[in-house]
Design a protein around this ligand. Structure first.
Ligand code: HEC
Length: 173
């Protein structure tokens, strides 16, 4: 290694440790990233997910009403607190998180990427608050959730209420 390169490397390392050690970086959720940082994180996230989700085999019955209904109660219990629901109020958890959880009945892609979304629900996303549900749920339960959220954008508040309430009853609560 050339002497100049070596010195440059030492300066960068020293600078990085000074930056970290000084505490000057604001880790607060209220201090938003620069646009370029957000852009880089997005690309990193997308590629990371795509590569890992590539070989997932999507079941062909995601539009089956029984499948959709069976994801309803789980969504209401475990996801709506962050991702909200048709007809429901904005939650404090949704407001306070950074990155803010997408509102799945509004922000979800029109042509959802089932492989990527399955992977995300199963494995979670580091440093975002999105949990890994695969630790507590079978693949089958995760597909049911996905079948349900794929329908959310077309669901009225009433339909949402009916579906989640019926599912609750079926569970014997
Ligand atoms: C504690 C809050 C929280 C809970 C609870 C939660 N999520 Fe998330 N979820 C997030 C956040 C935050 C993101 C976005 C992360 C990001 O911007 O990269 C996310 C991302 C996602 C995405 C990717 C969406 C997209 O547009 O790429 C899906 C799908 C998803 N969540 C589904 C679910 C499901 C299904 C549940 C319930 C089983 C759930 N989430 C529960 C916080 C949560």
């Amino acid at each position: 290694m050339k002497k100049a390169t070596f010195i440059l490397l030492i300066v960068i390392l020293l600078g990085a440790s000074l930056f970290v050690g000084s505490g000057v970086y604001n880790i607060a959720a209220t201090d938003k990233h620069w646009a370029i940082t957000t852009e880089l994180i997005e690309i990193l996230k997308e590629r990371s997910i795509e590569v890992r989700a590539e070989d997932i085999v999507v079941p062909d019955d995601l539009e089956d009403p029984a499948r959709i209904a069976s994801g309803a109660a789980t969504y209401e219990e475990m996801c709506s607190v962050c991702h909200l629901a048709p007809g429901a109020k904005v939650t404090e958890l949704h407001q306070g998180l950074y990155p803010q959880p997408p509102v799945l009945y509004k922000d979800f892609d029109e042509v959802p990427d089932n492989k990527d979304n399955f992977w995300v629900i199963k494995n979670g996303i580091k440093l975002t608050g999105m949990p890994a549900w695969g630790a507590s749920h079978s693949d089958d339960e995760i597909w049911a959730l996905l079948a349900f959220i794929n329908q959310l954008s077309e669901m009225s508040a009433e339909e949402y209420r009916d579906l989640t309430a019926t599912a609750e009853n079926n569970k014997g609560h």
